[in-house]
Design a protein around this ligand. Structure first.
Ligand SMILES: *Cc1c(COP(=O)(O)O)cnc(C)c1O
Length: 397
């Protein structure tokens, strides 16, 4: 990760197909496009390879989450349960739908703690939204069980986890719907883009319309189409889809490289008894985009990050002080700094967030170190890095 590291001839070829016809839009202009339908082809590629019954491309991962919530019928006053550790886009998508993000503790998987989820359920809860952070899976079986017992829907925020799986099924295809991001820093990239996937036929029809102003996409005259539902514009362009088509076809290549590099680092760090690794509910299914481990204390984690910096080990983070990925620094959300009025129910739902504490999440996040696994490293570079990391960690204990 990220896929842009290996941008090359295949991406250029797909992109040139689009540039040569000049048809940058995914719908219409049938005669002029000379058979090139990159967005449609990318949707089919995702459907075939995950596999999943339906894939709907969108303009971003954030849009995908929002579209997924919309087709699930989530709106004003509904509650969506999500974790303290994610990217801000997860709660943005919920707010955009008019619903209330209900934020709960994570556990040693760095994803939703099932016990905290169950404790947060109210009569307004409609969706549980686990986030498969850093390319590894949430603890899905207990979450699916909770959904079943409480009659709730499961939406997987798989924005960071394209190509990862859980017990033989690809992440994103296990819940009622899943959302992917193909933004510039994700494992496979379109530049900007995303996808909603689902095995639910009704959701698929709604997503197809909702992402394109309500268009029914019947016939081949856009102007004459009807609009059975309200919709918005969350379309991807053909340019972005073309890059994504080449990148998605390289998913296995990327994941293999990540697994190889990850294994070298994991093996080296395993020799340090004081550290422990993030719990993975299915180790086989990890996309290995990151290596996540816990230092014994917050202080030693802090020290290790500084040792890494001193020794030129880049792309390793501790998220405790991070503005974007952990609840501690989300004061714009806690103080409801919306530039337009929020509904009373949203305001009521967010009211207690400022004084809420998340001791369990604080403990795991403050001790966690998250290291990006790059695609462009040579084996020699990874070996040297592993050696330097072990020394830096030992010096921080
Ligand atoms: C990247 C990301 C998103 C949003 O995707 P964009 O394409 O950048 O809008 C949502 N959730 C998570 C967990 C992400 O990492």
């Amino acid at each position: 990760m990220p896929g842009f590291e290996l941008f090359g001839d295949t991406e250029r070829k797909e992109l040139n197909d689009v540039l040569e016809t000049g048809i940058l839009m995914r719908y219409g202009f049938d005669a002029m496009r000379r058979g090139h339908w990159k967005a449609r082809e990318l949707e089919q590629e995702i459907e075939k390879t995950l596999p999943v019954k339906h894939a709907q491309l969108t303009s971003s991962g954030t849009a995908s989450l929002n579209v997924a919530l919309a087709v699930m019928g989530v709106g004003y006053g509904d509650e969506v349960i999500m974790p303290t550790f994610t990217f801000v886009a997860s709660f943005e998508a919920v707010l955009l739908s008019g619903a209330v993000p209900v934020i709960v503790e994570i556990d040693d998987t760095l994803t939703l703690d099932p016990a905290a989820v169950e404790a947060a359920i109210t009569p307004r809860t409609k969706v549980i939204m686990p986030v498969h952070m850093c390319g590894s899976m949430a603890d899905l079986d207990p979450l699916l069980d909770i959904c079943k017992r409480h009659n709730l829907l499961l939406l997987e925020d798989a924005c960071q986890a394209y190509g990862a799986s859980y017990k033989g099924k690809k992440l994103g295809t296990i819940g009622d719907a899943g959302a992917f991001s193909f933004d510039f820093v994700k494992t496979v990239t379109c530049g900007e883009g995303g996808a909603v996937v689902t095995n639910n036929d009704k959701y698929a029809v709604m997503a197809d319309r909702y992402t394109d102003h309500g268009h029914d996409h019947v016939g081949n005259d856009r102007g004459a189409e009807t609009h059975p539902n309200l919709g918005y514009n969350f379309r991807i362009s053909e340019l972005n889809a073309a890059v994504g088509l080449a990148q998605v076809r390289r998913t296995n290549e990327f994941i293999e490289i990540q697994k190889r590099n990850h294994a070298i680092l994991h093996k080296a760090l395993s020799t340090i008894p004081e550290i422990s690794f993030r719990r993975l509910p299915d180790e086989e299914g990890d996309s290995c985009s990151f290596l996540n481990f816990f230092m014994p204390t917050a202080r030693s984690a802090d020290k290790a990050i500084r040792e890494f910096e001193k020794n030129g080990i880049d792309s390793c983070w501790n998220y405790y002080e991070n503005n974007w990925h952990y609840i501690r620094k989300w004061d714009h959300l806690k103080n409801m700094k919306s530039i337009y009025p929020l509904s009373d129910l949203v305001k009521k739902g967010l009211r207690n967030l400022n004084s809420a504490s998340f001791p369990q999440s604080d403990d795991f996040i403050s001790r966690n170190i998250s290291c990006l696994i790059k695609l462009s490293w040579t084996e020699k570079e990874v070996m040297a890095r592993a050696e330097k990391m072990v020394a830096a960690i030992k010096a921080s204990l």
